[in-house]
Design a protein around this ligand. Structure first.
Ligand SMILES: *Cc1c(COP(=O)(O)O)cnc(C)c1O
Length: 456
């Protein structure tokens, strides 16, 4: 039994692991706007996605069913690291001298070190079921590429990854990790695709971007009937798969009799945030709890807080369906902040929609504050966070200090969605005192927004 007075690690038995994902679309007061065909601008049908994804995932992408069963072949692999632990950050609470309770759901226990395996495994599984033998993808920070490399290896599939050139140079160990699991990895832009060759001709030292790498991976997938593409964030089916995080956290908090007053999560494409937050939003919409739910994004790539809610492409070349999302423009190349996984021009359409509906809040935090929070966290709790969730930690620290100011015992919940063992260079920069904050000027945003299509 868990003793709520002393517990700092709240575990679930394998037999308590949820066996269904939760689809928030079933419970939204207003349905989210559909994706549009990139040429006709009509609502995109299943056939528009068919060259990219297997039918099972396309069905999930447009599903309005509240719960979707997790297949046994996925549960088996999940059990390698799930259920993941929920921690009460008692040592951080003490360090901050706060009356608040801080809980964090830790996803760094997965083989690749982040939450991304929660979706890479089902994506590989469904593709395998439909006879697909190879998946292509992009990776920015390297987290998604390694998660997909691990998952494809589980089902004996091939995996080809376009890694953003800047990260390919800066993170050789992520590349090695992908190669250990059998993936082949190219720097993007690459000589392998028409779009990549074009960009390299303009600039042989092109640093690349997620949008460009997506274009390359997509163009390779559509050219081969046995190959499909896999995306690690943004899409509805990805957020669906991540809801196992929130479903487990609900069960774990119930064991200690706590209900969150505030839930904060970092948002790049919105998947770890949606994964934790959506099951709690379901409870909130049902009137069972009333947490404030807040997205936290980097000040240098603020798609929710500074972008516009418009139809835009998911990639730079404009190959994907148009999605209504908070966007900085698909041409936007963000500053090289350390949280590589948060450098995406758009936000998931589902998170964008619930933000537009006023169901969640959003803030941005500059990276030096994030790393300051992460250092406090690591010294107290021991775990070295990935650069992305340092945003969530900094927001949790702000909340804990506000609770102290107010003299209130608030319950704070966040996702520590990955560890930072392969991101130590960012900590090195911070500790050397040379990390700077990169703010995004309104002029730069206005310039990038020019690439967003104007729909008739
Ligand atoms: C990819 C990644 C992110 C950003 O993606 P989301 O879809 O917003 O979760 C955040 N944290 C880690 C550790 C990641 O690997």
């Amino acid at each position: 039994m868990v003793n709520p007075e002393t517990a700092s690690k709240i575990l679930l038995d394998e037999s308590e692991m949820p066996t269904q994902w939760y689809n928030i679309v079933a419970d939204l007061p207003v349905p989210p706007p559909p994706a549009l065909h990139p040429m006709t601008h009509e609502p995109a049908g299943p056939e528009d996605f068919a060259p990219l994804f297997p039918m099972a995932l396309i069905e999930q992408e447009v599903s309005t069913k509240r719960y979707i069963d997790i297949p046994g072949g996925v549960l088996d692999v999940y059990k390698l690291w799930r259920p993941s632990p929920l921690y009460r950050a008692r040592r951080l609470e003490k360090l901050l001298d706060t009356p608040a309770k801080i809980y964090y759901k830790y996803e760094g226990v997965s083989p690749s070190g982040s939450h991304k395996t929660n979706t890479s495994v089902p994506q590989a599984y469904y593709n395998h079921q439909e006879g697909i033998t190879k998946l292509t993808t992009e990776t920015g920070a390297g987290q998604w590429g390694s998660a997909l490399a691990f998952a494809t290896a589980q089902y004996g599939m091939e995996c080809e990854v376009w890694q953003v050139a800047a990260s390919h140079r800066a993170k050789p160990y992520r590349r090695t990790m992908m190669e250990i699991w059998g993936a082949s990895v190219h720097a993007s832009p690459s000589e392998l695709t028409e779009f990549g060759r074009q960009l390299l001709a303009e600039n042989p030292d092109h640093p690349g971007s997620l949008g460009i790498a997506i274009s390359e991976a997509v163009s390779e997938a559509v050219a081969d009937p046995k190959t499909r593409y896999a995306l690690g964030s943004v899409l509805n089916h990805v957020l669906l798969h991540q809801t196992i995080i929130g479903e487990e956290a609900l069960l774990q908090l119930a064991k200690v009799g706590d209900v969150p007053d505030v839930l904060v999560g970092c948002t790049g494409g919105g998947s770890n945030f949606g994964g934790l937050a959506f099951p709690f939003l379901r409870e909130k919409l049902a009137g069972k709890m009333n947490p404030t739910i807040r997205c936290v994004e980097p000040a240098a790539c603020p798609s929710l807080t500074k972008g516009e809610y418009r139809y835009d492409f998911g990639d730079t070349a404009g190959l994907t369906p148009l999605m209504k999302m908070h966007t900085l423009g698909h041409d936007f190349v963000p500053e090289p902040i350390h949280a590589g996984g948060l450098r995406y021009h758009g936000m998931s359409p589902l998170v964008s929609h619930i933000y537009d509906q006023g169901l969640v809040e959003a803030i941005s935090i500059p990276q030096t504050e994030c790393f300051a929070g992460a250092i406090q966290f690591a010294r107290a709790e021991g775990i070295v966070p990935a650069p992305e969730p340092t945003h969530a930690i900094a927001a949790a620290v702000r909340e804990a200090l506000a609770a102290k100011e107010a003299g209130e015992e608030r319950v704070i919940l966040t996702a520590l969605c990955g560890h930072g063992h392969l991101d130590l260079a960012s900590y090195e920069t911070y500790l050397a005192g040379t990390m700077t904050d990169l703010d995004l000027s309104d002029d730069a945003i206005a310039e990038a927004m020019k690439s967003v299509p104007v729909l008739g």
